[in-house]
Design a protein around this ligand. Structure first.
Ligand code: DX5
Ligand code: ZN
Length: 218
């Protein structure tokens, strides 16, 4: 069954504190993963809090970092120090991707690659046997609450084909603009996990999650 992973994108510690507390108080997210977005204002035009800040605010959830940054390797030590157990960086970075994958693995942390809609899926090929997950971006990264990019569904199906053809074991996720109106189609496209931010955080988190599951199962 598909997994729903709640997301937080915070540009201030106060925002992070508010949102992580809301997830902490929700009934639905007492265990599992939380997806935390980091941005450096270089790779994307927005800047988030840093990894160390997240360590100040408790959560029972296991932390996954989605780092939208130009130099991912430079973020790894702080993320590991802040107890992140998965690190997902972007295939579009110019830095040496293999070196970064090796470095993350050397810390005993799972590693993933995120891919923007404008990037050819062929770019993923050399890394498919080396990563734990591929994250398909269904928005232009940098902000919550953006419009969904419909081509993402076909891209997920294509990555799924690449996985079976190569006998790979990575998981496939989608990130961006998932809501009750598109979640069913997304869930049937072959994804293993779905990352959701603004839809969950608008109003009551537990009720929003219930609406998502109702849409998936209807
Ligand atoms: C986009 C981020 C997403 C975002 C998801 O730059 O990587 O993880 O927080 O938020 P929604 O669900 O609002 O698109
Ligand atoms: Zn993200």
């Amino acid at each position: 069954m598909v997994q729903i992973i709640p997301a937080i994108l915070s540009i201030s510690e106060a925002d992070y504190d508010r949102d992580i507390s809301r997830y902490r108080k929700s009934q639905s997210f007492q265990d599992g993963w939380i997806h935390i977005d980091f941005m450096d204002n270089v790779f994307v035009p927005n800047k988030s809090i840093d990894a160390a800040a997240t360590a100040k605010y408790p959560t029972l959830l296991q932390k996954e970092a989605h780092i939208m940054v130009a130099h991912p390797k430079e973020w790894v030590d702080d993320l590991v120090e802040a107890n992140f157990e998965k690190i997902i960086f972007h295939i579009e970075v110019e830095d040496d991707k293999n070196e970064c994958i090796d470095y993350i693995k050397s810390k005993g942390v799972q590693v993933g690659l995120a891919i923007n809609n404008s990037t050819s899926l062929k770019k993923l090929e050399p890394f498919l046997g080396r990563v734990d997950m591929i994250l398909v971006m269904s928005v232009v990264p940098g902000f919550q609450g953006q419009p969904f990019i419909p081509e993402s569904l076909e891209r997920i199906r294509e990555i799924s084909r690449m996985r079976s053809q190569g006998n790979f074991s990575f998981k496939i996720g989608i990130d961006g603009a998932v809501k009750n109106t598109n979640v069913k189609e997304i869930a049937s496209s072959g994804v293993d996990f779905i990352t959701i931010g603004s839809y969950l955080l608008k109003g009551d988190i537990d009720q929003n999650l219930e609406e998502l599951w109702e849409a998936i199962n209807e």
